[in-house]
Design a binder for this molecule. Structure first.
Ligand code: ZN
Length: 200
């Protein structure tokens, strides 16, 4: 978790539809090698690492955080490159907020994606996002972005600065309950046979 940026007076920021914030922002990057154990088809992921290298960028986040505490916001963009690993579309690791009741807005700026949403007690939803569409992810919902298109999937997000991220909840459950897989020219949800259920 990065520390807040030092800013005396708020200024306008320019948010690119291709991702990125012109102004006070920070970037963190995920590379292919960081995605070990995330895709169900480990062999397909390993083949991609062998072919493309483990340091190839797969997604990145630019965010702006001026303050800390329960009243502050983190605003940023997420840029997820397209691809497939086996029949699974490219995705982010996904998380539940460490303070689980914290909600989050995602607004699609470009590309074509799905926000995959699940609760610990077994509810699920998959929200298709194209430019102009948004989803208000309620607190207590595990969430992950999936790129089901062939160009970068870019979202603007906004959430409480004290929310934090719990990534282990997905890893400890054998992955999310549903997979987003290739289905003809489109996508479909299919149950993940490895999913063992979430433990809160
Ligand atoms: Zn979140």
């Amino acid at each position: 978790m990065s520390t807040p940026l030092s800013v005396d007076i708020p200024t306008a920021m320019t948010i690119s539809a291709q991702g990125g914030i012109d102004g006070h922002s920070r970037r963190y990057e995920k590379v292919l090698g960081d995605m070990s154990g995330v895709y169900r088809d480990e062999a397909a992921w390993q083949a991609a690492v062998t072919e493309r290298g483990d340091s190839e960028l797969v997604y990145w986040v630019d965010d702006q955080r001026y303050q800390e505490g329960p009243g502050a916001l983190i605003v940023g963009t997420s840029t997820l490159l397209p691809g497939c690993y086996g029949d699974e579309f490219a995705l982010t690791r996904g998380h539940l907020h460490a303070i689980a009741d914290r909600a989050e807005l995602y607004h699609c700026l470009s590309g074509h994606g799905v926000m995959l949403l699940e609760t610990v007690d077994g509810q699920s939803a998959a929200i298709e996002l194209t430019p102009g569409k948004a989803v208000n992810v309620p607190g207590h919902w595990i969430h992950r972005s999936v790129n089901v298109g062939d160009e970068p999937f870019v979202t603007l997000f906004c959430y409480a600065a004290d929310a934090g991220q719990n990534y282990d909840i997905i890893a400890n459950a054998g992955g999310m309950k549903n997979l987003v897989v290739v289905d003809g020219d489109g996508w479909a949800l299919t149950p993940n046979p490895d999913h063992t259920g979430y433990s809160a």
